[in-house]
Design a protein around this ligand. Structure first.
Ligand SMILES: NC(=O)c1ccc[n+]([C@@H]2O[C@H](COP(=O)([O-])OP(=O)(O)OC[C@H]3O[C@@H](n4cnc5c(N)ncnc54)[C@H](OP(=O)(O)O)[C@@H]3O)[C@@H](O)[C@H]2O)c1
Length: 354
């Protein structure tokens, strides 16, 4: 039984969550179906036609899809305000997932930069947990040399957010002291590397289990949040990237230099209807009355920044790390993992053999 709407009404914590299954038979159109995880006998996958390729689109055979916390929010339809964008009773997107890497198999008549056979990474608004994806060609760039499909899949959303936070919002300069709170996750592990590429001194906050991991990425100092409250220390930072906002704004501002920049980047918490929105608005308002720069932001999917990320990888300054890999049939477990808020680096779903 197809229960497409359930993926929206359920939450990733409960068994109502749906997942995608794909018919791998290349001789037939890919099939995608939503099946209840707890169903005693999973419903057969529903067959859907290949996505249509518009004149500016490419058709990509997906090798790996990477998930991030936003995918879990979308699946759960929470906070509830998201439903104004996704559909009030069921999500407008059927298939979850956004980021992917794969091979171009067809291009639209007006696509010039990519050709069949090119390996690419990028994003789609129509769900990356599928065997094929059709999306505008400018959502993709060529997979950088040295990055596997799984690694490249993890670049788009987390990489764009990390790049824009470090370079455009915080404007990190050489020698600056940068604090990354939530440093071992999808965003944080890339932000450490980008801040190091910008020649900052980086302090990383995560759990004890990940201290060596963040050091291996280049962090100069690593702090276990269970052993030390970073806002209690004497250290003052020029830039704070706060992926986890467990401390009050006042406490964070105490350890921020007088001209420093705080980038609150935590999309979780808050009430069931508006989620973090009131916190974001309050921070923006506070920004108007202080020299410190308090800058929550929304990342943008700029093609030029995908190119910049590929360049950072090719020049050895950045490499997404694959923390865990799931099979496509286990996509529900992958979504549950990203919803925990304790993910090491990127969670990747292997869709096809590279
Ligand atoms: N601004 C934007 O446009 C944008 C775009 C994408 C995502 N985001 C937001 O970015 C945030 C981070 O996303 P993500 O994908 O990096 O999440 P993630 O992969 O789940 O990583 C979470 C990180 O937080 C750490 N952490 C958990 N509890 C902590 C605590 N009490 N103190 C300090 N660190 C703690 C975890 O470390 P341990 O595992 O070691 O506990 C892990 O390193 C999310 O809230 C998301 O909504 C914003």
């Amino acid at each position: 039984m197809v229960v497409r709407h359930r993926c929206f009404l359920g939450s990733v914590e409960d068994p109502e969550v749906s997942y995608t299954s794909v018919n791998r038979d290349l001789g037939e159109p890919p099939s995608r179906g939503f099946v209840r995880v707890d169903a005693p006998q999973p419903a057969p996958p529903r067959r859907l036609p290949l996505p249509t390729v518009g004149p500016r689109d490419v058709l990509v055979r997906v090798h790996a899809a990477a998930l991030h916390r936003g995918d879990a929010f979308t699946m759960a339809g929470r906070p509830l305000m998201l439903r104004f964008a996704l559909g009030l009773r069921r999500p407008g997107l059927g298939v979850p997932g956004r980021d992917l890497a794969g091979s171009v198999v067809a291009v639209g008549s007006r696509v010039e930069d990519l050709a069949p056979g090119d390996d690419v990474f990028g994003w789609t608004a129509k769900g990356s947990l599928a065997e094929y994806v059709a999306a505008p060609a400018d959502h993709f760039v060529r997979r950088p040399a040295g990055a596997s499909m799984a690694e490249a899949a993890g670049l788009a959303t987390s990489g764009l957010t990390a790049l824009q936070a470090c370079r455009d919002v915080a404007r990190i300069r050489p020698g600056q002291r940068v604090l990354v709170v939530g440093a071992s996750g999808g965003f944080g592990h890339l932000a450490i590397q980008i801040a190091k590429a910008l020649r900052a001194h980086v302090t990383a906050v995560c759990s004890a289990a990940n201290l060596d991991f963040v050091r291996s990425l280049g962090a100069d100092r690593a702090i276990d949040y269970a052993a030390e409250d970073v806002t209690d220390g004497d250290h003052v930072y020029d830039v704070i990237l706060a992926n986890v906002e467990t401390s009050s704004l006042a406490a964070m501002r105490r350890i921020l230099g007088p001209d420093g920049t705080l980038v609150p980047n935590d999309g979780t918490g808050g009430g069931p209807l508006l989620g973090p929105l009131p916190r974001i608005v309050a921070t923006r308002l506070r920004d108007l009355f202080t020299r410190q720069r308090l800058r929550p932001f929304l990342s943008l999917e700029k093609h030029a920044d995908l190119v910049a990320l590929a360049e950072l990888v090719e020049t050895g300054r950045l490499m997404p790390v694959v923390g865990r890999t799931f099979a496509l049939d286990d996509a529900a477990a992958a979504l549950r993992q990203v919803a925990t808020g304790h993910t090491r680096a990127k969670v990747v779903v292997a869709v096809a053999e590279a």
